[in-house]
Structure formats: C-alpha cells, structure tokens
Write a protein of this length. Structure first.
Length: 211
C-alpha cells in the first residue's frame, strides 16, 4: 500500500497547475502568507474529503476479498497506461488561463489563496484512487488516517518546501520555482505520456507481484 500511495502522491505533486499556483503565490504580496493560506485550504479540503470517505462512509466501502491492494494497483496501473497512450496520440489544448481567472488571481487577498487551495484539492480521479488504496490496505483507523495525512503531505510537497525555503532565501526560492514551473510546462505531451507510462508499469508490476 505505502509504495503505491507514495508513487501516486509524488505524481500528484508534479501537476503543472499545482506548481504554477505555488509560483503565483510566490509572486503575490506577502508570499509566505499566500503559500500558507493556499496550503491550509488544500489540507482542509483533502483531509475533510478523505476522512468522510474513509470513516463516515466506511460501511459503504467494499470489504470483500475482491477489493484488495494488488487488484486496485492493477486497475490504477492499467488506467495510467491507457491515459499515457491517449496523451501520446492526441494533441493538447491551449494552456492559457481564462481572463477572469487571471484577474482574480492577480489580487492580494489571502482568501483567494485559501479558496484556490480548497479548489485544487477537490476530489479527483487520482485522489479517489488513493483513497481506494488506503481503504483496501489499511484496517486500523489510525493507520488509515496516517496514510491519508502522508498522501496529502507528499502531494503538497512543492508548496511546503517553497514555503519553508522562502523564509530563508526569498529570491532564490522564487527563481527556483519559476524555473521548475517553466521546465514542467515545456515538457511535450509524449514526455508526459512516457512518465505516466512508467508510473503505470510500476503500479501494474506492484499489483501483479503483490508488493
């Protein structure tokens, strides 16, 4: 469970939009507070949704032998390979953000950063898949909650690290994150497809080997 969970969380942390939002917060007034508000919003949404799914809706989660970590790994790995194939053979869309979004994010209010954090942590396919892994692999409530927190900590690593680094070296942190954002966004769809395919193969192999 832990191997798959960490791989998925690391993949989520590299989402271009997530990195781009960190760069945006670093270029707004009071960057450390902007990043903190963004991070808090993300954690509130992520932990709330995860807690509800794993505990409040626990009785609705299948507990049969058909719902196991290896089988979930195989399903997720297969979906990742299919997605990689689609990315490799299709053309991308323009990544330019809508004008209204640009105007909204150009402000300096902390509530915007908090709402952005809430929005970026809304339940997605990858997050629901991570919750399925936790539900299938962890029975003890404490282990489930620990896995949930771990996933969110790793998924928001590129918000947490810049937040801490900014307190020590503001300019270098801003420059490093801007460079990382540019590098990630410059990757071609085929490069992203290859990375996703590697992740898919790793998860598929882990599932088949029962890791």
């Amino acid at each position: 469970m832990w191997f798959t969970l960490l791989v998925m969380a690391a993949a989520v942390s590299l989402e271009p939009f997530r990195i781009g939002m960190s760069v945006l917060m670093l270029n707004r007034p009071r960057p450390h507070l902007q990043l903190a508000a963004f991070l808090c919003g993300g954690f509130v949404m992520g932990l709330t949704v995860g807690t509800v799914v794993l505990f409040a809706l626990e009785s609705r989660i299948p507990a049969s032998a058909h719902f196991t970590v290896p089988r979930v790994q195989v399903v997720i790995g297969t979906l990742a390979l299919v997605t990689a194939a689609i990315l490799a053979v299709t053309k991308g869309r323009d990544r330019t953000p809508p004008a209204w979004l640009s105007r909204l994010l150009d402000g300096q209010s902390l509530w915007v950063a908090g709402v952005a954090g809430l929005g970026i942590a809304l339940p997605s396919i990858d997050y629901l898949a991570a919750l399925a892994i936790i539900a299938a692999g962890a029975v003890a409530p404490a282990v489930r909650f620990g896995a949930l927190v771990t996933f969110n900590v790793v998924a928001f690593a590129l918000v947490e690290i810049p937040l801490l680094a900014y307190l020590v070296a503001p300019q270098r942190t801003r420059a490093a994150m801007t460079a990382l954002n540019g590098w990630v966004r410059a990757r071609r769809r085929r490069e992203v497809a290859v990375l996703l395919a590697v992740v898919g193969v790793m998860l598929l192999a882990a599932g088949l080997l029962g890791v």
